[in-house]
Write a protein of this length. Sequence first.
Length: 170
Amino acid sequence: MYEFAVSASSKAELYHDLHAALDALTADEPDTIANMANAAALIWQYLPDLNWSGFYRLVEGELVLGPFQGKPACIRIAIGAGVCGAAAGTRETQLVADVHGLRYQTSNRDDAFTVAFADVETFTLDYLQKTLRVKKRGGRTWNFTTRAANADPLLVFQRDVDRARARLAH
């Protein structure tokens, strides 16, 4: 068993300590699966408010569940299916709507955001330009453009947002 001194005094320090712990844990182990298992466990243990931590592996053209911590997960995901399949297919981060609002997660933490539906001033889709625009009440505007042949992924996202907003209005 390993013990690590991962501090949570600030987010930056937490990530720094977690990175150092992951480096130490995986440094001398050549087995990828073993390293993924320990990484998922370490992330699960030290990052607050996670409901799942783990990996999917690309095997013969589909995502296959790898080591993880948390609730049971889909075993196989087709490329392009759902948020994970879309991210794998486009190799881009995904904008996600849920019952609380909009969430955009990306490796660049400065670009990541969460906006509650009540704080969304405008939410528009330009199908011809393949652009989705989200404007926060009294704040920033984000523009998302899809590289797909058409704007169908953004149209589906807009439909999901409209349904979630309608459910909240009742």
